[in-house]
Design a protein around this ligand. Structure first.
Ligand SMILES: Nc1ncnc2c1ncn2[C@@H]1O[C@H](COP(=O)(O)OP(=O)(O)OP(=O)(O)O)[C@@H](O)[C@H]1O
Ligand SMILES: [Mg+2]
Length: 243
């Protein structure tokens, strides 16, 4: 479903050049739930943006659902994202001039031929799922951080994505809302066999995944054993036998 081949990314300024992603190779199958962990500044968000086609690598290729992203134009990339990708940003990135239901509807307004009424119904349904049915007319500035995050989560589901990227989706949420969001993410993953890639600092969330990748200083490695063994006492929520 997703393959990253020899990905390198540098940020160069007049003063210095930073090598942020160092020869990353990852292959993720359709239906997999992969967690990415690692220290702040290690390159997780940069990697996610490149994998989702929001940003381009300096070298290497990203292949998403058999499409080589480097061969697409900006329009082609935007179309691929609109059809197949959901993305929950670490800082939400809601449109400040649109209210909650308009923000959730936006990806469909751009990309489908559904009627306005159908789009609104879908958006309302998702806002209900994140317990925000009483905030649909609020603008981002009128929402709390956790509410903005839940609007962003509802928006990421609106196109029923084949692959969903979530950058610390529960970072601003209390445990009740955090659990509700993780239930939404994992049920999309299970019911639709969609692929789920979650950046998280929370070992309990990572433990729900099929696989944990750890980033450190721009490099990636698979590291399941250590985290699992440190969580042996808290493995009741582990889903079983999924592949
Ligand atoms: N546009 C940019 N220009 C220059 N440096 C950047 C840019 N974007 C990110 N960086 C640097 O790249 C490194 C990786 O950033 P990234 O946001 O990917 O880290 P992260 O692992 O997501 O961290 P966190 O856990 O804090 O979200 C950081 O040191 C950051 O300062
Ligand atoms: Mg980040």
């Amino acid at each position: 479903m997703l393959e990253l081949i020899n990905i390198n990314k540098n940020y160069t300024s007049s003063e210095h050049s930073l090598h942020i992603l160092k020869n990353i190779n990852i292959k993720i199958e359709q239906g997999e739930f992969v967690a990415i962990m690692g220290p702040s500044g290690s390159g997780k968000s940069t990697l996610l943006g490149i994998a989702a086609g929001l940003d381009r690598a300096d070298t290497g290729d990203v292949i998403l659902d058999s499409v080589k992203m480097s061969s697409l134009s900006e329009d082609g990339l935007a179309k691929l994202r609109a059809e197949k990708v959901g993305f929950i940003f670490q800082n939400f990135q809601l449109v400040r001039t649109l209210n909650a239901i308009e923000n959730v509807s936006l990806p469909l307004i751009i990309s489908t031929k559904l009627s306005e009424k159908e789009i609104k119904e879908k958006a309302m349904n998702l806002l209900e799922k994140v317990s925000l049915e009483h905030r649909i007319s609020h603008f981002p500035s009128q929402l709390s951080g956790g509410e903005e995050q839940r609007v962003a989560i509802a928006r990421s589901f609106i196109n029923n994505p084949k692959i969903l990227f979530a950058d610390e989706p529960t970072g601003n949420l209390d445990s009740k809302n955090g659990n509700a969001v993780m239930d939404m993410l994992t049920s999309l993953n299970k019911q639709n066999n969609s692929t789920l890639i979650v950046v998280t600092h929370d070992p309990k969330i990572a433990f729900l995944a099929d696989r944990i990748l750890e980033m450190e200083n721009g490099e990636i490695r698979q590291r399941v054993g250590m985290i699992r063994s440190s969580l042996k006492t808290d493995n009741k929520s582990k889903k079983k036998g999924k592949k």
